[in-house]
Write a protein that binds this ligand. Structure first.
Ligand code: PHE
Length: 446
């Protein structure tokens, strides 16, 4: 059955779109920031374990129920069970996932907008426009809201074109570009004086920072990074043909995602020690490596400034990398909300896309206007709390409430040897018991 919202033409197209959704600011900014503040290699290690043991099985579940139902999250969860009240609960969970998607998009577009603003700074320097440079580099409601809206408009233009002509085509160009930019930059940074110290800092756990917060951070990071819980992978799964091998595709998406996060750590943390060797400050008052906005918008631009014109080029490439990473993730969040409006309001893709763009722009503008009060709160609520919780609900609906035979049949469509595979021996049990237990215990532990 073809999805009424569209179809990916090839499995490669799905892979680029799904990996594009997964690989984003969470990998290139969030992961190195988290690793820098949480003991480097130790965080990397826990993140890798959680990504493969916890997030991957949930990813397979999301893609599988999506391809089966070919509907948005509320209708999908409602359709997995015959028990009436659980079907209603499933629908409510689905609606809340859309709210979480809108919230994520609200802060994500602001951060993506910052990247876009910083991309233009070297050009303003080149054309000697100091006022524009100050506007782009200083936080203000007009800059944050303005660039967030520009980002929403650019991403919506792609969603407008539909699944294969928009998302698939754009992701198939942008993802290889992203990998080339990232590899090129990493090699360049690793060749600079002072980089070796950063590699050591990243890969050897010199201090054991093991804590509950670290686990919750790594869990949130793994769920955020694989775009889980908000129905992105479910919707992308619904655009897959029946002959696609879901466990394999999901493994490829996870592998690309963690590899990019790993590479980004190898770019950002050595870049900081290169900055240190240029005399820049890279630790905060408590002796921790700078992270978050200080890292991206102070340390790195200051480092680029010490490199003369070469630095301007590196700066443009770096922020272009960030913009590309954010774009492919933005497509996926906007697509989820668009499909939701198409399904619930029975309107066309163009109308739904417009409505999505307006609502998401408004949410970004509100967060930008009340930045101090709302930004961190929105990030914490939607990513650390709601994404793992919604992931838990997906485990319960897919693992416990969906008929095992239907699940088997659905998965086996593109994987005929499934019945005899190790995957089928492990995954259902894993999804039913281990994943919910691990997610719940991560919460209790905190
Ligand atoms: N996975 C994206 C990133 O790492 C963020 C994202 C979260 C995208 C949830 C879609 C849904 O940047």
């Amino acid at each position: 059955m073809a999805a009424k919202h569209g179809n990916f033409k090839t499995s490669f197209g799905f892979l680029m779109a799904a990996a594009g959704s997964a690989v984003g600011l969470g990998n290139i900014w969030g992961f190195p920031s988290n690793a820098a503040q949480n003991g480097g290699a130790l965080f990397l290690f826990i993140y890798l374990i959680l990504a493969f043991l916890l997030a991957y099985p949930v990813l397979v579940a999301e893609i599988t129920i999506g391809r089966y139902s070919k509907k948005s999250m509320p209708d999908t969860l409602a359709s997995l069970t015959d028990i009436k009240y659980l079907s209603i609960v499933g629908r409510c969970i689905g609606h809340s996932s859309i709210i979480v998607a809108i919230l994520i998009n609200g802060f994500y577009m602001i951060v993506a907008g910052w990247m876009l603003a910083y991309l233009f700074i070297p050009f303003m320097q080149f054309f000697s426009m100091p006022d524009a440079e100050i506007f782009l580099s200083s936080q203000s409601v007009s800059r944050d809201a303005g660039f967030a809206v520009i980002f929403v408009i650019i991403s919506s233009a792609v969603i407008y074109q539909g699944v294969d002509k928009g998302i698939e085509r754009a992701s198939s160009v942008l993802m290889p570009l992203l990998l080339i930019l990232l590899l090129g930059l990493t090699v360049y940074v690793l060749c600079q004086d002072g980089a070796v110290k950063g590699v050591a800092l990243y890969l050897y756990p010199n201090e054991l920072h093991f804590s509950a917060a670290l686990i919750l951070n790594a869990l949130g990071q793994a769920f955020f990074s694989l775009s889980l819980g908000v129905g992105v992978m479910l919707i992308y799964g619904s655009y897959l043909n029946s002959d696609a091998n879901l466990p394999k595709l999901a493994a490829q998406v996870t592998l690309i995602d963690v590899s990019v996060a790993f590479l980004a750590g190898l770019l950002i943390i050595p870049a900081m020690t290169v900055a240190e060797s240029h005399g820049l400050l890279i630790h905060d008052t408590e002796g921790l490596l700078l992270a978050g906005p200080d890292l991206i918008f102070q340390v790195l631009p200051a480092l680029f400034d010490t490199m003369g014109w070469g630095g301007a080029i590196v700066s443009v490439i770096f922020f272009l990398l960030m913009v590309v990473a954010a774009l492919t993730s933005a497509f996926s969040i906007l697509e989820v909300v668009t499909v939701y409006f198409i399904d619930t309001l029975s309107i066309s893709r163009h109308q739904a896309g417009l409505l999505t763009a307006i609502i998401n722009s408004l949410v970004s503008i509100i967060i930008a206007a009340y930045f101090t009060e709302l930004f961190d709160l929105t990030v914490f609520f939607s990513t650390s709390l709601m994404q793992p919780l919604l992931g838990l609900m997906i485990c319960i609906y897919c693992g416990w409430l969906w008929h095992r035979d239907t699940c088997l049949q659905s998965l086996a469509e593109g994987y005929p040897e499934l019945r005899s595979s190790l995957f089928w021996k492990v995954w259902p049990f894993y999804l039913r018991f281990i994943c919910p237990l691990l997610i719940i215990s991560c919460f209790f532990y905190n």
